[in-house]
Design a binder for this molecule. Structure first.
Ligand code: AMP
Ligand code: MG
Length: 494
């Protein structure tokens, strides 16, 4: 196995490898190679992301690359490893977890880490098989790029390879490997791991690594008490708050907000039983395994704060003073509320400075949407058009409680300053997406992919990369969900 951790660059896959995480040492991971998958084939790829990485379009046609990303060929210059972390799952300390099926290949010279998810057994696989099925991999691939298209911070997805090798879940399925990217895959759980074991040296090494590579500003005097680790907690609180505000504004439900699924960079990570809301139901539970509704849509901001509190506890040995911990957590609430309000104001096309009536306007329309069970994405898109045309009928038609809507509309029209307003409408159309990855759309892509027709994935990707644009060819992807969408049940099984 390749053991190099020096700084001489090596190129393979068209990428130059640096591997800073590997340089942390054996306490943080186990070195190992991805396990081969028989007869792999390409399933999906993002030309956009390939372009951002400076890769040629032909990159995704190379059989050498196909083999490497399916675990069948070692990548020269990469130092593959599975990292160790722990975490709280569904509110309970779960002890050691770790990359049970994701293998970090290394880091590119541009600072992006590449992981192969579903690349086989690791020492952290516990009772599971180290694999990922085609179904969940297609969902993660599409949603990663959809979130990026929506400008929500997220891990990225470069490509998916598949194999007919059977993988057993509730039934026999087939294997797939997702190549995903992020500047770092460090999770809250990585810190919890070393803290729970009172391995303070490693905790500090990890904190310093994250600060040096991602948050150098934490070393400035602005950090609470001038403490860099309090600075780290504060910046993570802020980033997480911003991400949550975006989730809530766009109607995204993550489904498994365990502390091991929380990125230290405030990225959306580990797409499993996620869902974009169809009808607006604040208490919606998208994860069929979440019987208590811990991760219901409207609980997400509180859960994020709870998770940050776990991170804070983990960092306490470095921060040392409890008041600094509390100071570093504090911005979560203010930043979340500010960001959420400003995003909701933008969704309403309120571009001037905030007015006292804005909050009730937001709250009241959300309760009207909930009461009438209205499709969240379609409502905002129709409203955006109505503001431009002055014709409210397409919006009003959505509401069972038309009188309730009319009363709100009068207040809204007054606040926005009369209609039609082209400028506001334009901004709203750049804020309220036409296309989101609804469960039934992912399901269509999966069903076709199971028959080896990968064209639905490709056309959905095209639309979701630019979700604010019109896509005349794919108008049907913006429709109301069909009846059968209600019977889709997504669980943790992946
Ligand atoms: P998740 O709920 O997908 O975030 O997974 C929680 C933990 O279980 C992580 O440590 C994963 O690496 C691990 N895990 C999930 N599925 C598998 C699998 N099929 N094989 C090995 N480990 C897995
Ligand atoms: Mg996970």
């Amino acid at each position: 196995m390749n053991q190099r951790t020096d700084c001489h660059d090596t190129t393979d896959l068209g990428l130059t490898w640096r591997n800073t995480f590997a340089a942390l040492g054996n306490d943080f991971y186990t070195r190992l190679s991805p396990q081969p998958l028989p007869d792999p084939y390409w399933v999906a790829h993002s030309e956009t992301l390939a372009g951002e990485l400076g890769l040629m379009p032909s990159w995704l046609e190379s059989s050498e690359h196909l083999q490497a990303l399916s675990g069948n060929r070692a990548v020269t210059g990469a130092e593959p490893l599975a990292s160790v972390y722990s975490g709280h799952q569904f509110g309970v300390w779960a002890g050691q977890l770790g990359d049970g099926r994701a293998i970090l290949l290394g880091q590119t010279a541009e600072g992006m880490e590449l992981q192969l998810k579903g690349a086989g057994l690791t020492p952290y696989s516990r009772m599971a098989d180290g694999r990922a099925v085609l179904r969940s991999t297609v969902r993660e691939f599409l949603c990663s790029e959809a979130m990026h298209g929506l400008q929500v911070p997220t891990t990225r997805a470069l490509c998916v390879t598949g194999s007919d090798a059977p993988v057993y879940r509730e039934t026999a399925e087939t294997a797939a490997v997702l190549t995903r990217l992020a500047p770092s895959f460090v999770r809250f759980g990585h810190f919890e791991h070393f803290s729970a074991r009172a391995r303070i040296d490693q905790l500090k090494t990890l904190g310093d690594y994250v600060i040096d590579h991602h948050y150098p500003q934490c070393r400035s005097a602005d950090a609470p008490g001038g403490n860099a680790y309090a600075g780290l907690l504060q910046v993570v609180s802020e980033r997480t708050a911003k991400m949550l505000a975006q989730w809530q504004a766009v109607g995204f439900c993550h489904g498994v907000m365990n502390t091991d699924n929380m990125s230290i960079l405030g990225l959306t990570i580990d797409y499993g039983p996620f869902q974009f809301l169809d009808t607006y139901q604040p208490g919606h539970i998208c994860n069929h395994s979440d019987t208590q509704g811990r991760y219901a849509f409207n609980r997400q901001p509180n859960v994020a704060y709870w998770n940050l509190y776990c991170l804070a506890q983990a960092l306490l040995p470095l921060i040392e003073e409890q008041p600094l911990v509390l100071a570093a957590l504090e911005p979560f609430k203010t930043v979340f509320l500010q960001e959420f309000e400003s995003r909701m104001r933008a969704k309403l096309g309120l571009l001037d400075s905030a007015a006292p009536e804005d909050r009730p306007l937001v709250e009241d329309i959300l309760s009207l949407l909930a009461r009438s069970g209205i499709d969240y994405t379609i409502f905002w898109r129709r409203l955006s058009h109505s503001v431009g045309s002055g014709d409210v009928t397409p919006v009003r038609d959505l509401f069972l409680d038309a009188a309730g809507f009319d009363a709100w509309w009068v207040r809204y029209k007054q606040r926005i300053g009369g209609l039609p307003c082209q400028q506001q409408s334009d901004v709203m159309l750049r804020t309220n997406p036409k296309f989101v990855l609804r469960n039934h759309l992912a399901e269509l892509a999966i069903q076709a992919a199971k028959q080896k027709d990968f064209s639905v994935i490709a056309s959905l990707l095209e639309v979701l990369e630019a979700p604010f644009d019109e896509h005349a060819k794919f108008e049907h992807y913006a429709d109301f969900p069909p009846e059968w969408a209600h019977s889709i049940e997504i669980s943790c099984s992946s």
